[in-house]
Design a protein around this ligand. Structure first.
Ligand SMILES: NC(=O)c1ccc[n+]([C@@H]2O[C@H](COP(=O)([O-])OP(=O)(O)OC[C@H]3O[C@@H](n4cnc5c(N)ncnc54)[C@H](OP(=O)(O)O)[C@@H]3O)[C@@H](O)[C@H]2O)c1
Length: 264
């Protein structure tokens, strides 16, 4: 195929797809369900070799069995345990992409916030992505041209919602981290961005914190009259991992069906 000086084909042909993840190895955390699972599946469909991680072996295997192509890996790890992060990093030879996605959400009014829940929220939503990224960088596992994506949220960055201050603080912090390391890693040719979803249909709220009726009421506020689907966030993550986003760095892609502009 004829290439221009920039490596881009002169004629658009079937074989040129800037969104392709062919020959890229991508680590996805929180891949046993929801957004992480959808991201792993979509990345594999578009050519990536994926390394998926989470704590629940059975659920992670379910994701693994839905991956397209071969050469994928699954590694069980609790990202709140430093030894597990070290073991995960040691099992990886090289990466072209990292999706820091694992997270939890516990709704608590401010007067009921306590050290245990605060620690747990920050450990998985904030500390784990920072430490995992740090260790992968220190051990030079992220190759030049890599893309790091953080699954943040509209909460704490673009909006607020009742009893969500603890979670919002953990996500606001990760957005701050993302923007700063995008600057620090420019020289290494590594890009960093976040996706910031609104409410997505996953298990994250399945802890009896909100009733079905409350969720239905909340849904009505969404301009499209529905919450997002995990794949709809996965497609945004695929874009940020791919060369199609090669000039996108240090920014946040809001995937919320328009709820944050509706609230302005
Ligand atoms: N759903 C939404 O409405 C929404 C909106 C905005 C942002 N987000 C963000 O999207 C990300 C994914 O959430 P989701 O909605 O897909 O929720 P989910 O279905 O509950 O998935 C959460 C994932 O995180 C993993 N995880 C949790 N604690 C972990 C730990 N200690 N160590 C390793 N992995 C852990 C879980 O796996 P195991 O239990 O197997 O470990 C699971 O794979 C989170 O960061 C969340 O904050 C979600």
């Amino acid at each position: 195929m004829a290439l221009s000086s920039g490596g881009i084909p002169k004629n658009v042909s079937d074989s040129f797809n800037p969104y392709s993840l062919d020959n890229k190895t991508i680590l996805i955390t929180g891949a046993s369900s929801g957004i992480g699972q959808a991201t792993a599946i979509e990345c594999s469909k578009i050519g990536a070799k994926v390394i998926i991680t989470a704590r629940n072996e059975e659920k992670l295997q379910k994701t693994f069995s839905q991956l397209m192509g071969d050469g994928h890996k699954k590694i069980i790890a609790d990202l709140t345990i430093p030894e597990d992060i070290n073991r995960l990093v040691d099992k990886i030879s090289h990466l072209d992409g990292l999706v820091n996605n694992a997270g939890i959400n516990k709704l608590l009014l401010p007067q009921f916030i306590n050290e245990k829940d605060l620690n747990m929220t920050f450990q998985i939503n904030t500390m784990a992505p920072i430490l995992l990224t740090q260790k992968l960088l220190k051990k030079k596992k992220l190759q030049k041209g890599s893309s790091i994506v953080f699954t943040s949220s509209v909460s704490g960055v673009y909006g607020v919602s009742p009893a969500n201050s603890m979670y919002s603080a953990s996500k606001g912090a990760i957005n701050g981290f993302m923007m700063n390391i995008a600057l620090d890693l420019m020289g290494k040719g590594i890009r960093c961005n976040s996706v910031n979803p609104g409410q997505v249909e996953t298990n994250i709220m399945d802890h009896g914190m909100v009733t079905e009726d409350q969720l239905e009421e909340h849904k009505k506020k969404y301009p499209l009259g529905r919450f997002g689907k995990p794949e709809e966030v996965a497609y945004a993550i695929v874009y940020l991992l791919s060369d199609a986003s090669s000039f996108v760095n240090g920014t946040s892609l809001v995937v919320d069906g328009g709820i944050s502009i509706k609230n302005v």
